[in-house]
Design a protein around this ligand. Sequence first.
Ligand code: LP5
Ligand code: MN
Length: 249
Amino acid sequence: MKNLRENAEKHSLFISDLHLCESRPHITAAFFQFLNTTAIKADALYILGDLFEYWAGDDDIEDPYLRPIIAAFKALATAGVKVYFMHGNRDFLISTSFCQAAHISLLQDPALILLDGKKVLLSHGDALCTDDVAYLTFRAQVRSPQWQTEFLSQPLPARKSIIESIRSRSEHEKTQKSAQIMDVNANAVADVLRAFDYPPLFIHGHTHRPHKHTLNVDGHTITRWVLGDWYEQGSYLKYDKNGCVSVKI
Ligand code: LP5
Ligand code: MN
C-alpha cells in the first residue's frame, strides 16, 4: 500500500452531507466503495459535517450499523490516509470516543489548513446562513455546553426520540422558508474570509447546492466551492497541485 501511495500524485479529498443512515443502504454502500477505492489512494480525507443523518451521542458506537463504518475508517488510517472530521448541524455531538475508535481527527469550524503551502478555509456552512434566524436561535441553544450536558444525561432511546421531534419540526419549518433564507449570506461569507485574511480557497457544504463560486472580497479573488450532498448520488472534491475538481460517483 505504501508504494502505491508514494507513486500516486499527492491529493486531498473533501466530502460533506452524506447523511448516512440505515434507511439509505445504497448510500452507505456507495460510501464504503468510495473509502475502499478512492479515499484509500488520497493523502487526506476531509469530512466537512453531516456524515450521519443524526448523531445522538458517542454511546451509540456499538450500534451494528456503525461498526463497519468505524472499521472502514480505521482501515484508511492503517493505509496512511489522514482523516479529518468537522461537525455538521446533524452530527455535532460526535465526540472523542467515536473519533478515537475511527482514528479520525476533529477539526474546529471554521478551520484554516495549508495545502501545498496554500491557505484553504473549511467550514460546514450552517453558521453562514445568517438570514435563517430561527435556525441560528436553535443552533445557539443546542451548541451550548449546558444544553448538551442535560441532553446527554438522558437515556439513548429518549435522546433519539427527541431528535425525531426536532427533525420533524425542522422539516416542517423548512417548507415555510425561502431558498434564499436557507442559503449562506454573502456578508457572512465575506466576514469569515476577511477574518482569515482572504484565503484563496474556501470549501463548505450544508446548503446542498454544489457549485464553484468566484468571489471578490475587498479586492481579493477567492474561490468558494460548495460540496454536494449524497442523497441521490455521491460526490467529492479533489484537490491537487493543479487545483480542484468536482467528481460525481
Ligand atoms: O439539516 P437540514 O439541512 O435538513 O436543516 C437544517 C436546519 N435544521 C436542523 C435540524 C436537523 O436537521 C435535525 C436535528 C439534528 C439533531 C442533532 C442532535 C441534536 C440534539 C440536541 C443536542 C443538544 O439543523 C434547518 C435550517 C436548514 O438546515 C437550512 O440551513 O433551516 O433549521 C430548522 O429548520 C430549525 C427550525 O427553524 C427551528 C427548530 C426548532 C426545534 C425546536 C425543538 C423542539 C423539539 C422539542 C422536543 C421535545
Ligand atoms: Mn448541514
